[in-house]
Design a protein around this ligand. Structure first.
Ligand code: CTP
Ligand code: MG
Length: 270
């Protein structure tokens, strides 16, 4: 099934505090996070699990960062022979995905797969090491007719909901300690990664709906992944096996882990 990949790389990386947008951060081997991410997509193509149509990369609005990431994309397109288009992103991740969807529609062309669908994978640039098997599992679910599928891994911590007495949920008044309002059964929880797979037309409609009615998902900032938009639109979302290597680089600790992995032989076995 011909598949277009939308990589969101427009975030600032405020939690990593690297001084440059996260996708431009260089890992221990000298390659940027975006290069690793692009290479992982091509590794999936070369493994025969993704019939790769094209890649769209959403880049920051800042001209310097955009120019640097566009140069990365041009070099990648030249060496991989994959068409890559860049497009400027927005303030929140959901805004960046929406900006990218417009470009994807142009790249998807008229090629219809099974059920007349075009497969789209939405992927975080901040996940540099996703193994081909995860791409393969997501695409396989789309090929079998699923309209939305996410890779998930078991959760190791116990997750609790919290609130501050008298405060709005999520409000930070700094003083009073939070109080536990509930505990979800850990066996029923999954930490969800990317690439997330969708029928392109269904995701476009779901994002449009979520954008028009912020009450559905709580607005762009609260829409932390794309499956949420599909859930709000009433679609079933499948879960396939993710991989610990699909972790997202968010903080300095994650960067240390990423560089330790690059220095070890762990990645070679994938
Ligand atoms: N992203 C994006 N546009 C935004 C925000 C995020 O394209 N306005 C992308 C990031 O580039 C990243 C992915 O969404 O690849 C996941 O987001 P996150 O890990 O939160 O990255 P940042 O938003 O850059 O980091 P932070 O939240 O720490 O600022
Ligand atoms: Mg963010």
């Amino acid at each position: 099934m011909r598949t277009t990949v939308l990589i969101v790389a427009a975030g600032s990386g405020s939690r990593l505090q690297a001084g440059v947008p996260k996708a431009l951060v260089t890992l221990g081997d000298g390659n940027t996070m975006l290069e690793h991410c692009l290479d992982s997509v091509v590794a999936a193509r070369d493994a025969g699990v993704v019939e790769l149509n094209a890649i769209a990369v959403v880049v920051p609005g800042d001209p310097d960062a955009a120019a640097s990431l566009e140069a990365v994309c041009r070099a990648f397109a030249a060496r991989s022979a994959v068409p890559v288009q860049t497009v400027p992103g927005g303030a929140e991740r959901a805004d960046s995905v929406r900006a990218g969807l417009a470009a994807v529609r142009g790249l998807a062309g008229t090629a219809g797969g099974p059920f007349g669908r075009h497969a789209l994978l939405v992927h975080d640039a901040a996940r540099p090491f996703v193994p081909p098997a995860v791409f393969g599992a997501v695409v396989a679910a789309l090929e079998s007719g699923t309209v939305a599928v996410v890779p998930g891994v078991e959760v190791v911590d116990t997750i609790k909901s919290v609130a501050r007495a008298g405060a709005e949920p999520g409000a930070d008044d700094g003083a009073a300690p939070e109080e536990v309002t509930g505990t979800l059964q850990r066996t029923q929880l999954r930490a969800v990664q990317t690439p997330q797979g969708f029928d392109l037309t269904s995701l476009e409609a779901a994002h449009r709906r979520a954008e028009e009615d912020a009450g559905l998902t709580g607005g762009a900032a609260a829409l932390t992944d794309d499956a949420m938009a599909m859930e709000a639109a009433g679609h079933r979302v499948g879960v396939v096996a993710g991989d610990p290597l699909g972790f997202k680089i968010t903080t300095q600790l994650d960067l240390i882990l990423a560089n330790a992995l690059l220095a070890s032989t762990t990645l070679e076995h994938h």
